[in-house]
Ligand binder design. Structure first.
Ligand SMILES: [Zn+2]
Length: 331
């Protein structure tokens, strides 16, 4: 499906077969000079066919087209290897580029998850068949880095890069201040909540995400073009909803830890999830893994706020509430 949202600004729907996200929104700016594609799809036949058909319909040829990618996740990045020509500039952000260019597989993530209570064998088997691994990019083109605040111009669109870490370390939105358009990637979505996961003890992705929401709140926006699902208009309202969602999640985690000490995996198993399954054990393993990453992002946030602390027993990290908080009116 292709639609023209504003003059020479198009949305091409790229199917993501089998994914609960359903499809990726790829945006295309057409111009007499160079065109721009924003986000690409998985390196999968269905995605490539939809992209080629869409570009053909709007008269955009790949040999005069640059590509901007909001973040490193496979559904946004991977199809780049099938689209980039020797004349294509591929725009990207530095933190995600460093991960992509030094990628050595998921082994360290599996080990990290194991320390947080995830059964490593089951995870290994599930990740081998995960779309991100199966439909990754064929090769990594040269990535041209855009810093926060940098501008790029295509046709009548002047975009400013707004770095919004949280969903990934370097996630970057594009903002068109004159036309009040925000291309939000997976930073702000409607109907679904962007996944905020933590796979490092040093970082605090949920805090970064909440700060990135506040950063975008201040922009003057009339139209939000997200990476998935439908476009929307009121970014202020959606940002407040997302902030409230995470406050509820933080409270939920504190309540789960009220009288007990749990690993991130066990904490995730007790949180409420919007997944069609009868019980935690019935979740697909990959979904359990995402849930554990999300639980960890909240645990790490609470730990860094001084509300909970970790204990390592038999190589497994577990979290408990700090005692003095038992009388706290907040939790
Ligand atoms: Zn995505």
């Amino acid at each position: 499906m292709i639609e023209e949202l504003r003059p020479n600004l198009f949305r091409i729907e790229i199917p993501l077969p089998g994914s609960p996200l359903k499809y990726l929104n790829s945006y295309v700016v057409r111009s007499n000079d160079k065109n721009l594609i924003i986000d690409t799809g998985l390196n999968q036949k269905e995605c490539l066919i939809a992209m080629h058909a869409g570009l053909q319909e709007i008269g955009v040829s790949l040999d005069r087209t640059d590509i901007f990618i909001t973040h490193l996740h496979a559904d946004h990045f991977s199809l780049v290897s099938e689209l980039a020509t020797p004349d294509t500039t591929v725009w990207f952000n530095r933190p995600d580029a460093e991960i992509v260019e030094s990628w050595e597989g998921l082994e360290w993530m599996i080990a990290y998850s194991g320390r947080h209570g995830f059964p490593e064998d089951r995870l290994k088997a599930a990740l081998d068949t995960h779309p991100g691994a199966k439909f990754g990019s064929g090769w990594i083109p040269e990535l041209k880095i855009l810093e926060d605040g940098a501008t790029i111009r295509y046709g009548e669109y002047d975009f400013t890069c707004i770095e919004t870490p949280g969903h990934s370390m370097g996630h970057t939105c594009l903002y068109e201040p004159n036309k009040k358009i925000l291309i939000s990637g997976d930073h702000i979505l409607i109907d679904i909540t962007p996944n905020i996961q933590c796979w490092s003890d040093e970082r605090n992705p949920l805090k970064e995400y909440l700060e990135s929401l506040e950063k975008v709140y201040d922009l003057d926006v009339d139209l939000v073009l997200p990476g998935h699902r439908r476009i929307f208009y009121d970014h202020h309202r959606r940002i407040r909803e997302l902030q409230t969602h995470h406050q509820h999640r933080l409270t939920e985690v504190m309540e789960i830890l009220l009288h007990t000490t749990l690993s991130a995996y066990d904490t995730a198993s007790m949180m409420t999830w919007d997944i069609k399954a009868d019980s935690w054990d019935a979740f697909p393993v990959a979904q359990q893994w995402f849930a554990t990453g999300e639980a960890l992002a909240h645990l790490q946030y609470l730990e860094k706020e001084g509300l909970i602390r970790r204990h390592t027993v038999d190589g497994i990290i577990r979290f408990s509430r700090n005692n003095y908080l038992l009388a706290s009116p907040l939790f």
